[in-house]
Structure formats: structure tokens, C-alpha cells
Design a protein around this ligand. Structure first.
Ligand code: C5P
Length: 249
């Protein structure tokens, strides 16, 4: 899509949201920017946006095929997707199958313990307050969501966890944990939005337990985009790889 005459509605840390020519739709552009540690660490990595838009589009499609409503409409190019316009709910909905990451810093979990049932956690998407963890009472008192909406979000998140865990394990990837964001469409339905990519998930090789995700960047190691490209190769079909010029590795 041409950059001329496009109205930028919102610029996030790694994505821009543009107005679409169609009502109730927006264009999401996935940039090559990557951040960690509340924005303290920032870089631009060539092809990162390309990997994330392809992976997100694919996983949203898999979810739609399995009855989950998502924002996704279509991939427009190698860094943009057309989506439904949503009023976003300021929650980071985190689902964990294995104890790692910030969970180990805050609670006395044994590292890599399998979490059955999975943990679902709500963080407040709010940079000023550094995304604090919330509970249902605080969410309702802040008027972020009602109890019915929270129950629905939990139920959809568990369904997504099952669908994606099954899809990824067949492709040699363990879905360790992930973060989702939801919004409401013009009729008030709760719809999955944002992205599902190696920026927002932990993905481990099911044989070697090697990371294919942003932890590589968080740890200051090399090979971030190579790992993301591996995920692209593992999740896309051969036809999709040809269509989007994916280098086979
Ligand atoms: O850091 P933590 O262990 O809490 O992260 C849990 C999961 O949520 C990870 O997959 C991480 O990538 C994701 N996350 C995210 N954005 C945040 C916080 C966590 O995508 N702001």
C-alpha cells in the first residue's frame, strides 16, 4: 500500500496502525524495531517485521479455522496486514504452560516446571505504571472489563492455548508461554487482536529446547532474526513460503 495520504492512528513500540479506506478496518504495519526491558533496550533488525507479520497472519488463520474470532482479515504485503478495527482492552493476557521468565523472579517455582492447568495472568498495559499484574477486583474497580468479559477472555485464551500448542508441537515447537491482547468490535464482541509472534511468545525447539523467540534478544545474544526465520519455515505451508518469498532454511 502506498504511504501517500495514509493517516497514522497509533505508533506502538514495534507496530504502526493506519486508517484503512474501509470503514471498521485498519492496516497494521509490522516494523523492524525490537525492544526489551520496558523499552530500555531498542534495536532495528532487518526482516523482523517480515517474520512477525507472516507468523501472526498464519497463527490467526489457524485460530479462525478452529472457531476463534480474530482481528485478522488478510496479509497485504510482507509487512502489513488488514484487520478489523477494535477498541482495545488495556490488558496483557499472559498464558503459561512452563514456569520460566518473570514467573521465576517473582515466585518460588522450580525452573521449567510444567504448569497444569496453565497459568493465566492479567497485566495492565500501562507504561507509566510498568504493566503491573492485576486481579479481577482491580480490573473491575478500574472499569477495564466486567466479570463476564474476564470469564470469556479466560475461556478463549485457554482454547487458543490448546489450538496453538497442538499446531506448534506437530511442527517441532513447544508453546512455553505467550501474551495476547483483546479488543471489542463495533458490536461489542470480544475479538483477539494485536499479534502472535516470537516477540510475544516463548517458543522452544521440542528436541533441543533451544529458544526461537525474543529471549535471544533479551539475553543480548546474536541470531534473533535467524531464529524467527526458522519459525516462519516451520509454521508456513510450502505454498505460503513460495507466495511470500520465504528463504527455505
Ligand atoms: O516476561 P514474562 O515471563 O512475564 O513473559 C511471559 C510471556 O508474555 C512471554 O512470552 C513474553 O514474550 C510475553 N510478554 C509480552 N509482552 C509483555 C510482557 C510479556 O509479549 N509486555
Amino acid at each position: 500500500m502506498s504511504d501517500v495520504n495514509r493517516e497514522l492512528l497509533y505508533a506502538g513500540k514495534a507496530k504502526d496502525i493506519y486508517k484503512s479506506e474501509n470503514e471498521n478496518e485498519v492496516i497494521i504495519k509490522f516494523r523492524d524495531d525490537i525492544t526489551a526491558g520496558d523499552g530500555a533496550k531498542k534495536d532495528t533488525l532487518s526482516q523482523k517485521g517480515y517474520c512477525n507479520v507472516l507468523i501472526s497472519a498464519k497463527l490467526f488463520k489457524v485460530l479462525e479455522e478452529n472457531g476463534v474470532k480474530t482481528q485478522y482479515i488478510e496479509l497485504l504485503s510482507t509487512d502489513e496486514m488488514r484487520t478489523k478495527s477494535l477498541e482495545m482492552i488495556p490488558l496483557e493476557v499472559i498464558c503459561r504452560n512452563i514456569a520460566t521468565g518473570s514467573l521465576l523472579k517473582k515466585y518460588p517455582f522450580e525452573a521449567n516446571k510444567e504448569l497444569k492447568p496453565p497459568i493465566i495472568q492479567f497485566d495492565y498495559k500501562n507504561d507509566e505504571f510498568h504493566d503491573p499484574m492485576l486481579n479481577d477486583s482491580i480490573i473491575k474497580a478500574l472499569e477495564i472489563a466486567t466479570q463476564e468479559e474476564l470469564d470469556e477472555i479466560r475461556e478463549i485464551t485457554l482454547k487458543i492455548n490448546k489450538i496453538l500448542s497442538d499446531y506448534l508441537i506437530e511442527r517441532g515447537i513447544i508453546l512455553v508461554d505467550f501474551k495476547l491482547e483483546y479488543g471489542k468490535d463495533s458490536e461489542g464482541n470480544i475479538i483477539l487482536g494485536d499479534e502472535i509472534s516470537p516477540d510475544t511468545t516463548r517458543l522452544w525447539d521440542s528436541e533441543t529446547y533451544e529458544n526461537f523467540d525474543k529471549d535471544i534478544y533479551r539475553k543480548g545474544e546474536e541470531g534473533v532474526v535467524d531464529a524467527y526465520l526458522k519459525v516462519v519455515n516451520l509454521v508456513l505451508s510450502d505454498e505460503e513460503k513460495v507466495k511470500w518469498n520465504v528463504e527455505q532454511i
